[in-house]
Design a protein around this ligand. Sequence first.
Ligand code: HEM
Ligand code: HEM
Length: 442
Amino acid sequence: MAELLDKSKQDSPADSQEQKFGLKSLVLHLHPRRVPQAVLKFTHTWGLGGMAALLIVVQFLTGLLLRFVYAPFPGKAYDSIIVLQNEVLFGQFVRNIHHWSAIFLLAITFLHLLRVFFTGAFHGPRQFNWIIGCSLLFIVVAANFTGYLLPWDQLAYWAITVSTGMLEYLPLFGTELREAVLGGTEVGAATLLIFYNLHTSILPLLLFLLMLLHFWRVRKAHGVMVPQNSGNEANNYVAVIPNLVVRELATALVLLAVVLTVSAVFNAPLQAKANPDFSPNPAKAPWYFQGFQELLLHFHPVFAVLVIPFTAILVMLAIPYLRYDAEPTGIWFISGKGRKMGSISAAIALILTPLAILLDEYVISPSAALAIFPGYIIKGVIPLSFLLIFIAALYYLSKKKFAATKNEAVQAVFIFILTGFLILTATSVGFRGEGMRLAWPW
Ligand code: HEM
Ligand code: HEM
C-alpha cells in the first residue's frame, strides 16, 4: 500500500518524458520526487553522506589529472611529483586538492557514520546499508593508505614501513601477509606498483560500485530516516526540486569553497626523497592508524594488532543486528537521558584514558611479573580483562542506576570506546617524540 501511495505521488506521463534527459533526470534517479519536510532540516543529516560522495568525485577527477604526470617507479615517482609541482600548470594546486580532499573525505565519512549511529538510522530496513557503509569506510581508508606511499618521500616510505610492519605481529601468517602486501620483504618497487594499481583502479572501482549499492539501499528504505518527533512535517511531502536540491547545491558549494581555500593556502607535504637506509625518529604510521600504534605501546602485539582491532570491527558490523528494546527514533542521541549518559561516558573516557597511558608509561613496571608470566598474560589478558570488566560495569550501571533502555546503554558504551580511541590517536599524533616517548609538542 505504501508503495502504491508513493507511486501515485510519482511520475505523470509528461513527467517521465521530461525525465528521460538532462540534469533533472539525474536528480530523480538519486532522489524520489517528494520527500517529507522533516528531512530537509540540515541538522538531521548534516548532508554528510552527500559531502562524502562529492569528495569522492573530486578525488576521481584530480586523481585522473595526477596520473598524467605521476610515474609509479621508485627511481621516478619522487621526481615526477617535483615536476608536477614546479613545471605543470596548476600541478601543485591539483596535488593539494587531492591531498586535502582525501583527509576531508576520511573525516566526513567517519562523521557520517557517527550521525547514522547517533540518530539510530541503522535499524530495520537500513541494517544492511550499515554493513555496506562500513565497507565504504574501509575502502576510503585503504585509498588513503595506498595513496600515502605514492609521493615516495621519507614520510611516505617510513609510514608505510611502520604500518605494514605491524602485520608481522599477527600470529601464524603475519610475515606471509606482510610480504604479500609489500610484494617482497620490504617496501620497494613491487610495493609501489601494487599500491599504485590498487589506488588508481581497483579501489576506485569498488568504491563506485558500493556507492551505487549504498544509494540504492537508501532509496529502497524510502529515503533517510524521518525523526519521530517531527509531527506534521513527517507527513507533509514537498517537491525535491527545488527544495532539497537547492540545499544540496548550497552544501556542495560551501564544501568545495573550503577544500579549494585550504588547498590554495597549504601545500601538501613533501619531504626528502625516500631513503631506505635512514629511518626518521620517531617513525609514525599515517595519523588514522596511530591509535593502533599507541595501543602497541601498551598491549602485547597480538592484542594490539589482532584481538582488539578485530573485535572492534566485529562489534561495529554487529551493531545493527544486536537485540534492542526500543524502536529507532531518528532523534539525535535517542533522548535527553541518552545525551546525558553519553556526555558522562565521554567525560569518564577523557579522564581515564590519559591516566591509564601515564600509569603505564611512568608507574607500572611489569618487568618482574614478565620474568614469571608470559607477555600475553601480563600485557594482554590482564589489562584487556580490566577494560572489559569496566565496560560491562558501565553498561550495567547505565541500565540499573539510570534505568536506561538497551539502546541508551549501548550508546554510552560506544561513546566511551570512541572517546578512548580518539585520545589514543591524539596522544600518538601530538605527544609522542623521539623513540616514541611521551613529549610535549612545544
Ligand atoms: C577515494 C578516493 C581517493 C583517495 C582517498 C585518494 C587519496 C590519495 C592520497 C592521500 C594521496 C597522497 C597525496 C599526497 O600527499 O601527495 C594520493 C595520491 C595520488 N592519487 Fe589518490 N586518492 C583517491 C583516488 C584516486 C584516483 C581515482 C586516482 C587516479 C585515477 C588517484 C591518483 C593518485 C595519484 C596519481 C597520486 C600520486 C600523486 C601525489 O601523491 O600527489 N587517486 N591519493
Ligand atoms: C564513501 C562513504 C559514504 C558515502 C558516499 C555515503 C553516502 C550516503 C548518503 C548520500 C546517504 C543519504 C543521506 C545522508 O545520510 O547524508 C547515506 C545514508 C546512509 N549511510 Fe552512508 N555513505 C558513506 C559511508 C557510510 C558509512 C561509513 C556508514 C556506516 C557504517 C553508512 C551508513 C549509512 C546508512 C545506514 C544510511 C541510511 C541513513 C538514514 O536512512 O537515515 N554510510 N549514505
